[in-house]
Write a protein that binds this ligand. Structure first.
Ligand SMILES: [Zn+2]
Length: 135
């Protein structure tokens, strides 16, 4: 089944769409150049996604860190969002007694429908690693 599907799809280069006129069965590209540019683009897309996530996490962290510095332990999600916080991005989370503990690097917090609270920088690296290891 899978083999037949491959055979039917064989015939056009994944990169440029040209017919593949020679080579072994199952070839996906008309030339090494096309294979290279296809794989390069895939790698680039993946790197772009990773750097977008990293940038968004860094922004979250900067916001949380400034809250910690101002001794703000609780803030509503609307205000956070207005600051550019993305509540869907965390570095880890874990459940404890019905609450979900979220981590953004070494800052932890809990979240309800309306706000995040108990925002706190984890004091030691050891503790931060321990929290992550429970996931
Ligand atoms: Zn091609």
């Amino acid at each position: 089944m899978e083999y037949r599907k491959l055979n039917e799809e064989r015939g056009r280069c994944l990169e440029c769409g040209d017919p593949i006129r020679y080579g072994r069965q199952g070839r996906k590209f008309c030339s090494p150049q096309c294979k290279n540019s296809y794989n390069n683009r895939k790698g680039r897309d993946s790197r772009n996604v990773r750097s977008r996530v990293r940038n968004a996490l860094d922004k979250n962290y900067a916001i949380l860190r400034s809250l910690v510095r101002m001794h703000v332990e609780s803030i509503d999600l609307l205000s956070l969002t207005a600051m550019g916080f993305n509540e869907n991005l965390v570095t880890s989370y874990s459940k404890s007694r019905g609450h979900t503990l979220y981590m953004c690097y070494d800052i932890k917090y809990f979240k309800s429908d309306m706000r995040i609270y108990s925002i706190e920088k984890v004091s030691s690296v050891k503790e931060a690693v321990g929290v992550s290891a429970n996931l």
